[in-house]
Design a protein around this ligand. Structure first.
Ligand SMILES: N[C@H](CCC[C@H](N)C(=O)O)C(=O)O
Length: 296
């Protein structure tokens, strides 16, 4: 793949702090990027990605586009903060417009490109009830749930805070370096733990100061990533409601820094960069693609 001529849609290879994103321009079409196409695209070194952001025609009046989010294993995600910034940057560069109202499966979502090129997306309100995350059993308080990994009497990771940012997140708090933990081994087990009927994104967080968190994430359906925007949002929400952090903090991910604010109106807003790498054409049914000769 990669060489054959494809009759498809334009796509952009982008990243948000190293979170590998493909933006597929599906406007004017009724079909979808298929799970098989996602798996095929991810299997090629040049287009290995974490999420595909497929831009579709709007479904609802007052919105500019409908965005479908596809993980690299072909599963659908309800939210992707880094990917939304990439979508905003692409549409802003194309239209000159700076603000956009989108619709996703999780609801309406506002995005804005600033003068300095940074992009803010309003990720909506967090959901904190056990059945909204969702969890398989009732927990009256989701600030700390019973879940641990490692020896019973000396767990390696335990008692995460859980929250939904549209998608399910667990934040495990640690006092030492987040790189001391084998997230590549624990991530898959925790992602698929029976307590999470829809699986979950799994993060390890160290709070340095109330306005500074170090975070690593094992993403549901994508694995270890350089950055996960919704995990950064969940970490600040969980940090603030357990009094570990303020409602606004800089979150340092392997790929760089994001600023997250859980506003007084309950919305969580995420600010950070997006980077365009190259463009091509993509067959949304098969995942066949070609790269165009555009200098990024
Ligand atoms: N990378 C994304 C999150 C992907 C979510 C996905 N892994 C899931 O919930 O299934 C972000 O920047 O927010």
């Amino acid at each position: 793949m990669g060489e054959a001529k494809v009759n498809g849609v334009p796509f952009l290879k982008m990243n948000g702090l190293g979170n590998q994103i493909i933006v597929a321009d599906m406007r004017g079409r009724a079909d979808r990027v298929t799970p098989a196409a996602a798996i095929a695209i991810n299997a090629t070194a040049g287009t290995k990605f974490d999420q595909i952001m497929a831009i579709h025609d709007p479904k609802t009046a007052g919105t500019a586009h409908y965005i479908e989010i596809i993980n690299s294993d072909g599963s659908l995600a309800q939210a992707c903060g880094n990917g939304m910034r990439c979508v905003v940057q692409f549409l802003a560069s194309e239209s000159g417009q700076k603000t956009f109202m989108f619709e996703t499966v999780a609801g309406l979502l506002f995005g804005e490109e600033h003068e300095d090129g940074m992009i803010t997306v309003d990720m909506g309100t967090p959901k904190l009830a056990w059945y909204d995350i969702p969890l398989a059993e009732e927990f009256a308080d989701t600030r700390q749930i019973e879940l641990q990994i490692g020896p019973i009497d000396a767990p390696v990771l335990h008692s995460p805070s859980v929250a939904s940012m549209g998608n399910p997140h667990a934040t495990f708090w640690v006092h030492d370096d987040v790189w001391n933990y084998a997230l590549d081994r624990f991530g898959p087990m925790l992602e698929n733990h029976p307590i999470f009927p829809e699986r979950a994104n799994i993060s390890i967080a160290q709070v340095l100061t109330p306005d500074r968190i170090i975070l690593r994430t094992w993403e549901r359906g994508a694995g270890l990533t350089q950055a996960c925007g919704t995990a950064a949002c969940a970490a600040v929400v969980n940090g603030a409601r357990t009094r570990r952090t303020a409602r606004k903090a800089t979150v340092t991910l392997p790929g760089g820094d994001l600023v997250v604010e859980w506003r007084a109106d309950d919305h969580v807003v995420l600010t950070g960069p997006a980077e365009r790498e190259w463009v091509g054409m993509l067959d949304p049914a098969t995942g066949g693609w070609t790269r165009a000769e555009e200098a990024a």
